[in-house]
Write a protein that binds this ligand. Structure first.
Ligand code: SAJ
Length: 423
């Protein structure tokens, strides 16, 4: 059976490698990013995924930007991004481009699978019409399934092979076929759902669940700040409750291509049928407020030492949206940088994972130029270098720990003013 994977990002590349390991499938890969294509052709994974790199080293495969490679696939899998616009509205452009590419390039009778995260209704209301416009009849010329991706970038434990998956399809035969397909390439449960819309809804609630829980602790961080309560200490003990509690942690903001994005797909879909997801929207508002709140902590510190923002050089350490990966999509560090610039601060940046996006290329060089620091990401191997003695050596006057990754007690007898975002 021939399988076509469209778009080789953090979802498509590990999936392509996973399918290629099964000898019963011939796999072709389509991507239009020339840089990514040349990386893959030189044997390098275009995404940070150890398992995928290991798979690809064992079995390499051809990747092309020529859509004709899809001409005789039996299964076409769409793994394109589903971003939002600057106005926080869903942007289905990449999905609709991929679907149109299928109608232009694939033979009739093809099983189409959408892995990209979409809201309930996208398959039936936006994707099927693209096929219909080209005289493709659903369940006659093609079938449509949704199997939402569940990749967690940077996760060393959970990877494409061992994460359970949910599938919804346009008819029962397709559901049986696609369920069997995933079962043949994964070492995890594959759940057949009642229909495509319920599969679309599953992934959306997984990520909105995370967003509202993060917003909850971010709001607590603000109220506990006023009450002189250490929120992370409280969470540390609250999570000793062995049931009905799931720890989340306050931080300088929520970044990435999933959590700060997916809720808007559900919010806008519900709005289109007259329902206002007030709670989801409030959670987004709270999480979106954290970068400015983090900068306000620095302003308070500078006021205590009679320094104004316009007189200081601020180092933003590190840029990625979460620890230990080099991915800056929707990273709160950029919101922090913008707010600092709005307040006339001179901003410098450093992140060894994305050093080409930074003003400085080493920790020592940026500390040598900085008066104060905002920690916006907590890369494990670099956090341990941020010690009071190092900061004193470079005469750093204050530090705001936007990821609560340092110990406040370390700084008690230090000349460096330290604050978490909760106090
Ligand atoms: N964050 C917090 N507090 C938390 C957890 C995260 O502020 O308690 C922030 C992070 O710093 C980051 C953002 O939220 O800026 C997103 O973090 P994330 O750990 O959710 O990482 P993602 O975006 O890679 O989310 C992925 C998602 N996986 C898929 O969509 C398939 C998400 O569903 C997973 O729950 C998440 O990984 C995970 O659990 O790690």
């Amino acid at each position: 059976m021939k399988v076509g994977v469209i778009w080789l990002g953090y979802v498509g590349f590990p999936l392509a490698c996973c399918i290629a390991r099964n000898e019963s499938y011939e796999v072709v890969w389509l991507d239009i990013d020339k840089k990514k294509i040349s990386l893959i052709r030189s044997g390098i994974s275009p995404v940070e995924d150890d398992q995928a790199q290991e798979d690809y080293t064992k079995k390499q495969f051809a990747v092309s930007d020529d859509t004709s490679i899809l001409s005789d696939v039996d299964i076409a899998i769409v793994c394109v991004p589903t971003p939002i616009t600057d106005g926080f509205l869903p942007n289905l452009g990449p999905v609709l481009w991929a679907v149109k590419t299928i109608t232009d390039s694939c033979k009739r009778w093809v099983d189409v699978i959408i892995e990209s995260t979409i809201n309930p209704g996208v398959c039936n209301e936006q994707i099927v019409p693209v096929f219909t416009a080209k005289w493709w009849e659903l369940n006659k010329d093609y079938t449509l399934s949704h199997c939402p991706e569940r990749i967690n970038p940077g996760d060393k434990k959970w990877n494409v092979y061992n994460i359970a998956r949910c599938v919804g399809s346009s008819n029962n035969d397709a559901l049986t076929r696609i369920k069997a397909f995933y079962e043949s390439i994964l070492d995890a449960d594959v759940i057949a759902m009642k229909d495509i819309r319920h599969a679309e809804a599953t992934k959306i609630i997984e990520n909105t669940f995370r967003d509202i829980n993060i917003a909850y602790v971010n709001e607590l961080a603000k109220s506990f700040d006023a009450m002189w309560l250490d929120i992370t200490e409280v969470i540390k003990w609250a999570k000793t409750k062995p049931f009905a509690f799931m720890a989340h942690y306050p931080s300088c903001g929520v970044g990435g291509h999933c959590i700060p994005v997916d809720p808007y797909y559900l919010i806008e879909k519900a709005k289109s049928i007259g329902f206002d997801h007030k709670y989801l929207s409030l959670a987004r508002e709270i999480n979106n407020s954290m970068p400015v709140y983090t900068v306000s902590k620095l302003i308070k510190q500078l006021n205590c030492i009679q320094l104004s923002m316009s007189a200081v050089d601020v180092a933003v350490l590190w840029l990625s949206y979460k620890a230990d990966i080099g991915d800056t999509r929707e990273s709160p560090s950029f919101e922090i940088i913008q707010e600092l610039k709005n307040r006339d601060a001179n901003v410098m940046t450093y992140d060894p994972f994305v050093v080409d996006q930074c003003s400085h290329t080493s920790l020592e060089s940026i500390l040598g130029d900085a008066d104060c620091i905002i920690i916006a990401t907590n890369h494990a191997e670099f956090v341990e270098n941020i010690t009071p003695s190092l900061l004193e050596k470079y005469s750093i006057s204050c530090i705001v720990d936007g990821k609560n990754c340092l110990e406040a007690s370390w700084f008690q007898d230090s000349s460096v003013n330290y604050t978490w975002i909760w106090k």
